[in-house]
Design a protein around this ligand. Structure first.
Ligand code: PEP
Ligand code: MN
Length: 372
C-alpha cells in the first residue's frame, strides 16, 4: 500500500505521527518513506510493506494530511501503475519535461572521440532546435583492446560545449558508481552549463549494486536500457531497483534483443513493447533504433531501416528516441556503421515529427470513439 501525503506534509508533522501510530497497531507492517523534492514542494510517499491486507483504505484516506491511498500489487511497487493510481508519469529535469505524453529526441555521438566531433554535433543540434543529446564518455566494449571512451578527461569540454550550444540534457552511460561522482564534479567545476541523464547500458541492466548506488542519488535522472537477453519483467524489476532506492526519475529504454533471429539487424527490434511498458508502469519509454538495427540498411523505398524502425516506435507512442549520429561515421571510434550523418539530421527530425503527429491523430481517433 502507498500513502501519498499532501504536499509539504513530511515525517516531522503531527499528521505523519498519527498515521504511524495507527499503522503500528498492526503487526508486521513496515513503513518506508520516500521524499520527492520538487521545485516548489516536498512530496512524501509512505510505502507500507508487509501484511497490509488488514488495513482499511477508507480509514487511512480519512486521516488528515493524506492526499490519496493506493493498494499496490506485488510487482513494480514504486514505478508500476496500480488500480486507482494517479501518481505522475512525468518529471522535469533542467527545464526539459520527460513524460508518457511527450517526445524528446536525443541525437548524438555514441562515443565522444574529439572536441571537434562534439562541437560539430552540438552545433547541428542547435541549428535544428534540439536541446538534448547523447555523448558516451565511458564505453563498455566487448574487447578490452577496443577504445574504452575518454572517460572523465572529456567531460569538461563536453559540458562547456553543451553550454555554448544550449544543450540542456546529455544522456551518458555510466558503468561504475565512481563515474557518477566524476560527472557531478565536472559539472560543478564547469559551472553546470548543462544537465546529464545517467544511462545504464544493456550489459549492466542487472548490475544490482550499480543500480542501487545510481538509485540512491537524486541529482540525475536515469535511462535504464532493457537487458538484451532477459525477460521484460526482469528488466522492469531492474528499474524498480533504482526507484526503491529513492530515484523515481527513470526512463525505460528498448534497444533490441540479442538473437540471430533478427538478422541482418544487430538485434531483434522490440518496439512492440512501447505500449506494454507504458501500460505496466509510469515510466516514459525510450527507443534506441541505432543499437537495434546496427547498420545503414536501406529498403527499396530508399528509407533507412533506422528511420523505419524509429517510426515503428514513435507511432506506438515512444517518449524518447536515442539515436547515433557522427560528423564522419567512417572515422567514428565506436559504432560508426550505424551512425547517421549530420546532413541527415533535419530529415530524421522531420520524419519523427510526421510520425509523432500520426500517433497523436491515432490517440484523438480512439478518444473520439470512446466518447461515443
Ligand atoms: C549505447 O547506447 O551506447 C549502448 C552501449 O547501448 P546498449 O547498452 O543498449 O548496448
Ligand atoms: Mn554504441
Amino acid at each position: 500500500m502507498i500513502i501519498v501525503l499532501k504536499p509539504n506534509v513530511d515525517t516531522d508533522s503531527r499528521e505523519f505521527r498519527r498515521i504511524e501510530s495507527h499503522v503500528n497497531n498492526f503487526q508486521n507492517i513496515e513503513i518506508l518513506v520516500h521524499n520527492i523534492q520538487g521545485k516548489q514542494q516536498l512530496l512524501t510517499e509512505l510505502y507500507l510493506i508487509g501484511n497490509t491486507a488488514a488495513l482499511s483504505i477508507d480509514e487511512i484516506k480519512s486521516f488528515p494530511g493524506v492526499e490519496h491511498v493506493i493498494r499496490v500489487s506485488e510487482v513494480y511497487r514504486v514505478l508500476g501503475r496500480h488500480k486507482g493510481d494517479s501518481r505522475p508519469s512525468h518529471f522535469t529535469y533542467n527545464g526539459v519535461t520527460f513524460s508518457q505524453d511527450n517526445l524528446n529526441v536525443f541525437a548524438g555521438l555514441c562515443a565522444v572521440d574529439s572536441p571537434e566531433s562534439v562541437e560539430a554535433m552540438m552545433k547541428a543540434l542547435q541549428e535544428n532546435g534540439q536541446v538534448c543529446t547523447r555523448m558516451g564518455a565511458y564505453k563498455p566494449r566487448t574487447s578490452p583492446y577496443s577504445f574504452q571512451g575518454h572517460g572523465a578527461a572529456c567531460l569538461p569540454y563536453v559540458f562547456d560545449l553543451a553550454g555554448k550550444y544550449g544543450i540542456k540534457v546529455i544522456a551518458m552511460e555510466v558503468t561504475h558508481e565512481s563515474h557518477v561522482d566524476e560527472i557531478s564534479a565536472a559539472l560543478r567545476s564547469t559551472g553546470s552549463p548543462t544537465g546529464v541523464m545517467l544511462q545504464i547500458g544493456t550489459r549492466n541492466t542487472q548490475n544490482f549494486e550499480l543500480l542501487k548506488s545510481v538509485g540512491r542519488q537524486q541529482e540525475f535522472p536515469v535511462l535504464l536500457k532493457r537487458g538484451f537477453g532477459i525477460t521484460l519483467d526482469e528488466s522492469l524489476h531492474a528499474a524498480e531497483y533504482l526507484a526503491s532506492e529513492g530515484n523515481q526519475k527513470v526512463i525505460f529504454g528498448l534497444r533490441g534483443m540479442k538473437t540471430n533471429i533478427g538478422d541482418p539487424h544487430r538485434n531483434l527490434v522490440d518496439f512492440a513493447h512501447v505500449p506494454v511498458v507504458k501500460n505496466l508502469t509510469r515510466m516514459p519509454v525510450c527507443i534506441d533504433p541505432s543499437h537495434s538495427v546496427g547498420g545503414r540498411f536501406r529498403s527499396s523505398d530508399r528509407i533507412l531501416d533506422i528511420m523505419h524502425i524509429t517510426a515503428q516506435g514513435v507511432v506506438a507512442g515512444a517518449n524518447m528516441v536515442l539515436v547515433d549520429f557522427h560528423p564522419d561515421p567512417s572515422k567514428a571510434l565506436v559504432d560508426g556503421p550505424q551512425a547517421l550523418r549530420l546532413d541527415e539530421l533535419p530529415l530524421f527530425l522531420e520524419d519523427v515529427r510526421i510520425v509523432r503527429r500520426a500517433y497523436e491523430q491515432r490517440v484523438e481517433l480512439y478518444d473520439a470513439a470512446s466518447a461515443i
